[in-house]
Design a protein around this ligand. Sequence first.
Ligand SMILES: Cc1cc2nc3c(=O)[nH]c(=O)nc-3n(C[C@H](O)[C@H](O)[C@H](O)COP(=O)(O)OP(=O)(O)OC[C@H]3O[C@@H](n4cnc5c(N)ncnc54)[C@H](O)[C@@H]3O)c2cc1C
Length: 451
Amino acid sequence: MSQKRIVIAGAGLVGSLTAVLLGRKGYKVTVLERRPDMRAVQIPAGRSINLAMSDRGWRALEKAGLAEEVRPIAIPMYKRTMHDEQKNLTYQPYGKDGEAIYSVSRGLLNKLLLSAAERDKEDVEILFDKRITDVDLDAQVLHIRDEETGQQQEIGYDILLGADGAYSAVRNRLMYNDRFSYSQTYIEHGYKELHMPPGADGKHLMEVETLHIWPRGEYMMIALPNPDGTFTCTLFFPWEGKESFASVQTDEEIDALFRRRFPDLIDLIPDYREQFRHNPTSSLMYVKCHPWNYKGNILLLGDAAHAIVPFYGQGMNAGFEDARIFTEMLEANDWDFEKVILAFAEIQYKNGHAVADLAMRNFVEMRDLTADPEFLLRKKIERKVHEKSPSEWVPLYSMVTFRETGYAEAWAEGLRQDRIMEQVMQLPGIHENWDSDAVTDLVLSLNKTVK
Ligand SMILES: Cc1cc2nc3c(=O)[nH]c(=O)nc-3n(C[C@H](O)[C@H](O)[C@H](O)COP(=O)(O)OP(=O)(O)OC[C@H]3O[C@@H](n4cnc5c(N)ncnc54)[C@H](O)[C@@H]3O)c2cc1C
């Protein structure tokens, strides 16, 4: 095996998984991470973030031989539980029986991946407190600043994998290249985490194996369970406007918001006022760029290539899928990095753009449509058709979450399904007859004709 100098920028989720995948194949990999080693640092309050892991994520972990290690820290969520303003609950299963997405703490998962990467100590070296400040593309040299000592350093590379996240320094450098397209869009919502403690018995205060949603039209709260009996609640809320972070600031304003919009959370998060005032508010943005490579020696992966808003629960899943597909393409092409970087970048970028669009679409679905009886009926019909004919009709959510269909293909298919279901929902008597064979047959027959 030729000993290339492989450098990975960023020891986040995607960088450390990629290091595991390459290290296991005997490649010497250096990972540069600007932060200190998170295994020795406490995560600040209000920044815990738990992620929904779905099939794409699991498949990549399996490829790295890590799925069984991650399972004990993952809680299955089989359905959505919607909370309305009168404290009523409704439910919507995510998939067929047994299909679930999994709540995992981002911090715990990242620590596990760092330790797994370092297990191949001879092959993988992770250097912390090393911030990449620039990349000399022609000389193939990285400029680095040690965040502790302030010392400048240079490291050469043959292959550079830019997994340095949404504000990637590697991507930043590529932006100076001719014909590099780039867009960064901040959405009108930010987010704030609130921590729901366990009950007196140490157990969860709400049903555990479900993702809780408080859909409120223009905004929403969600809650994902943690193994220690707590929930991480996240409020996705406009920055400006009548109900917004700008207009809800004092205890009275926070109180009024919770009494009117989240009454069932008042008892469950007793210090909601303090948390609302003190926990940080963060922005949300998405990035589309192209190409993801520079010649055959630099490739962007994960958020560096496709930062997205979190509403489909796909950011990490898409990044893990990048790492898996990249490794599989290397295996199939005799580890010809140059060839695979060019091919991967050209195939995958369309999926990166599509998953950004899917995530924005799902925001509207979660915050607004999950409270809409027409939408819930449509989902019930689709579920029935899928159960009757699983190979012919796969709902968009299942394609994205439980299959490996490319995101671009799923997006196009989802738009086609919209056209079919718009017709079906117009049928006279659909509310009474939705579970009749006639309706199922109609969907399947339209499925054959509608383009
Ligand atoms: C609120 C929220 C909820 C989310 N929910 C989900 C979910 O449910 N499901 C899901 O799949 N995804 C979710 N995501 C997205 C997910 O967190 C990201 O997609 C994932 O973390 C991307 O991994 P990454 O390794 O590409 O980037 P990151 O995890 O951001 O890692 C990048 C790393 O690079 C380092 N770095 C940055 N710049 C430099 C530099 N100049 N030099 C050296 N190192 C550098 C950073 O310190 C960091 O460690 C969510 C995100 C947010 C914010």
